[in-house]
Design a protein around this ligand. Structure first.
Ligand code: FAD
Ligand code: DHB
Length: 389
């Protein structure tokens, strides 16, 4: 088998890259370790920056998103019963779109199928070779046979646990990491959302987030201990705890019901440098992770995809490799700013086990500053709607 770009990983990064390359006349094959049903059953992010929305349109998959997504012009930051609305539209002229990652992925798979592009699922032992030559290839096991895919480039879109990052030699690779001493317990329920906009809540009992997928589907999160298991939390316990952490007027309105999904995610900040080695280019979670507080995971994956597909277009259409040469530097410049925002917003909103009285006062002062200062609100809004590419 031969293709121009071998894409390892059929999550949102790999699928979006594949679709954009296809529209630019660049041939690609996606190799995914899991089944399609498994990939589509993962409930993850829900907030799309304008940049990602534009990329979806450029990829020709914006129609359902435009119809079913919800424009959000602002968000609520709560501290106890104190609430401040960050008005994205007034502060930046921009908004975000609430549309689930699962739907993004579903739309991209549908477009791939319609275009007759090759997507191989259940690929085991995927391994890139000869990445430091002009003729790399990927081997993998599928249906009991070893296959070889020859290509010009390998895109490592294989998430945090994927193998691609490890191909960058240790003496070249630098990894920066911060773990957080808590997780997020997330619940999806077929109930109307508690508010029209998202509520990020700082409370003495820990962080809570009220989000949504549509008028009848809500997504809620609460900060939990890292040692907790989803089954430790009955639905009743979850709703009681959520009510205690959000402003009283929201708690009174909260509609509860059975959870249809419940999971715990750890929080991590992580960056791998460089994001390119030879003919290997990393995109998305394969290269970096942010804690979910600013809703940036999927959006940073999209910014990498945008830089990489532009660079590949320049290479194939204009025989100009400058974009590829500069890919790592360009992508990392935006990533680090987003890492900073996600770390800052996480630090502002959570309770830390080792937080001193001084730390707590600083957190309260920072929240009060955000409430009172239009400049602080603008900085928050600018980051939340997405920094320019
Ligand atoms: P992934 O979505 O991880 O996709 C990588 C793909 O590569 C997967 O399909 C995987 O099966 C495949 N793969 C892995 N190894 C191999 C291999 N060896 N061979 C072939 N294929 C392989 N972000 C938010 O903004 N908000 C959230 O609420 C949020 N919640 C999250 C919850 C969890 C549990 C996780 C893990 C992430 C969450 N994120 C969230 C982050 C966001 O979902 C990710 O940033 C986004 O999925 C990144 O897309 P990706 O395509 O780069 O990686
Ligand atoms: C969602 C997740 C986030 O991490 C976030 O900051 C906002 C919304 C969500 O899943 O809806």
């Amino acid at each position: 088998m031969r293709t121009q770009v071998a894409i390892i990983g059929g999550g949102p990064s790999g699928l979006l890259l594949g679709q954009l390359l296809h529209r630019a006349g660049i041939d690609n094959v996606v190799l995914e370790r899991r089944s399609r049903d498994y990939v589509l059953s993962r409930i993850r992010a829900g907030v799309l920056e304008t940049g990602l929305v534009e990329l979806m349109h450029e990829a020709g998959v914006g129609e359902r998103m435009e119809r079913e997504g919800f424009v959000h012009d602002g968000t609520i930051i709560a501290s106890g019963d104190d609430q401040v609305r960050i008005d994205f539209k007034a502060l930046t002229g921009k908004h975000v779109l609430v549309y689930g990652q699962t739907e993004v992925t579903r739309d991209l798979y549908a477009a791939r199928d319609a275009a007759g592009l090759e997507t191989l699922h259940d690929c085991r032992g995927v391994k890139p070779h000869d990445l430091d030559t002009a003729a790399p290839f990927v081997t993998f096991l599928k249906d009991g046979k070893v296959h070889r895919l020859d290509c010009d480039f390998v895109a490592g879109c294989d998430g945090y646990h994927g193998p691609c990052r490890q191909e960058i030699p240790q003496e070249v690779r630098r990894e920066y990491e911060k773990t957080y001493p808590f997780g997020w317990l997330g619940v999806l329920s077929e109930t109307p959302p508690v508010a029209d906009e998202l509520i990020y809540a700082n409370s003495p009992r820990g962080f809570a987030l009220c989000s949504m997928r549509n008028a009848q589907l809500s997504r809620y999160y609460i900060q939990c201990d890292l040692s907790d298991q989803p089954d430790d939390w009955t639905d009743g316990m979850f709703w009681d705890e959520l009510r205690r952490r959000i402003p009283a007027e929201a708690a009174e309105r909260l509609a509860t019901g059975p959870s249809i999904e419940k999971s715990i995610a750890p929080l991590r900040s992580f960056v791998c440098e460089p994001m390119r080695w030879g003919r290997l280019f990393l995109c998305g979670d394969a290269a970096h992770i942010v804690p979910p507080t600013g809703a940036k995971g999927l959006n940073t994956a999209a910014s990498d995809v945008r830089y990489l597909h532009e660079a590949l277009k320049r290479f194939y259409h204009d025989r100009d490799d400058e974009g590829l040469e500069r890919y790592s530097e360009t992508a990392l410049a935006r990533i680090w700013k987003t890492e900073r925002f996600s770390w800052w917003f996480s630090s502002l909103m959570h309770r830390y086990p080792d937080q001193s009285e001084f730390d707590l006062r600083i957190q309260q002062a920072e929240l009060a500053f955000l409430r009172d200062s239009p400049a602080a609100q603008r900085a928050m809004a600018e980051n939340y709607v997405g920094l320019p590419y």
